[in-house]
Design a binder for this molecule. Structure first.
Ligand code: NDP
Ligand code: 8X3
Length: 252
């Protein structure tokens, strides 16, 4: 039975990936900051599937906490086969001269530094075992930039670069590295971006069918289920109504 470690499993993609991989008999180590949600998820998954869930709540921005929490995993949970670097967020949507620097720090600390801290703690074990698969959740915002997306796009371009860099560093150790770059997907992403403004968040997904978290979970499953000799490097996925970061049509 393989073990997958998922960051940001309390909602959206991370939660859907947890259900998907549980249904495929992975044992799961689930991370996020909201422990109540993690506990609920563990109960639901263990009731539905023949698998085990270990909860490891921490804030990926806290360098010391990331290291000590991952080091504290019981022996039976230390062999991590799959790391899904998913925790991330956008905060704010403002022109560069009007942006809130605290928002910028949150995005950079979570999306870039947090992903690095977790990868630094988990990848040495994969290298030792010469086995493992890292999936980085990037974004279409890591492939293109769009008005007022400045710093979020910057962080996701960094994830794109790190995904390529990790694959170069890991190839000699037999570890696969893949990325999924989704376009517009209805999760809690926009509620977080617009700081709890549910109405504004909902309006982002009106007039067309967006991606759903389950779509991304299925892609994860596809990437992980390729034969050993095959690596999906990079996967960009949008809703049918979206051509790129700036062109999106209404569907009637
Ligand atoms: P959600 O807001 O639904 O989920 C984000 C998850 O990240 C939550 O579980 C949250 O958990 C976790 N998280 C955020 N900050 C931290 C932190 N500091 N430490 C630990 N966990 C954290 O959004 P999505 O599911 O949509 O987002 C998942 C990833 O997908 C992100 O990297 C996002 O940038 C990316 N993405 C999203 C797209 C979209 O349109 N939805 C499109 C492209 C990419 P908690 O708050 O409990 O800590
Ligand atoms: C989320 C997709 O287009 O809102 O990464 O940046 S987008």
């Amino acid at each position: 039975m393989k073990t997958a470690f998922i960051t940001g499993a309390t909602s959206g993609f991370g939660e859907a990936i947890a259900y998907q991989l549980a249904s495929e008999n992975y044992r799961l180590i689930l991370n996020g900051r909201r422990t109540d949600r993690l506990k609920e998820l563990k109960e639901k998954i263990e009731a539905m599937e023949q698998t085990e869930v270990f909860l490891l709540p921490f804030d990926v921005r806290n360098r010391d906490e990331v290291k000590t929490q991952i080091e504290s995993l019981p022996e039976a949970w230390k062999t991590i086969d799959v790391l899904i670097n998913n925790a991330g967020l956008a905060v704010g949507l403002q022109a560069i001269h009007e942006g809130d620097i605290d928002d910028w720090e949150r995005m950079i600390d979570t999306n870039v530094k947090g992903l690095l801290y977790v990868t630094r703690a988990i990848s040495p074990g994969m290298v030792l075992r010469k086995k493992g698969h890292i999936i980085n959740i990037g974004s279409i915002a890591g492939k293109e930039v769009y008005p007022n997306g400045n710093v979020y796009c910057g962080t996701k371009h960094a994830v794109d670069a790190l995904n390529k860099a990790m694959r170069i560093d890991m190839v000699a150790h037999g570890i696969k590295v893949s990325a999924i770059h989704p376009g517009l997907a209805e999760t809690e992403f926009s509620v977080v971006r617009f700081k709890g403004d549910e109405k504004r968040a909902k309006s982002v997904y009106e007039g067309y069918t967006p991606l759903f978290a389950e779509d991304i979970a299925e892609l994860c499953s596809f990437i992980l289920s390729r034969p050993d000799h095959v690596v999906i490097n990079d996967l960009v996925v949008t809703p049918k109504a979206q051509a790129n970061s700036t062109i999106r049509v209404n569907e009637s």
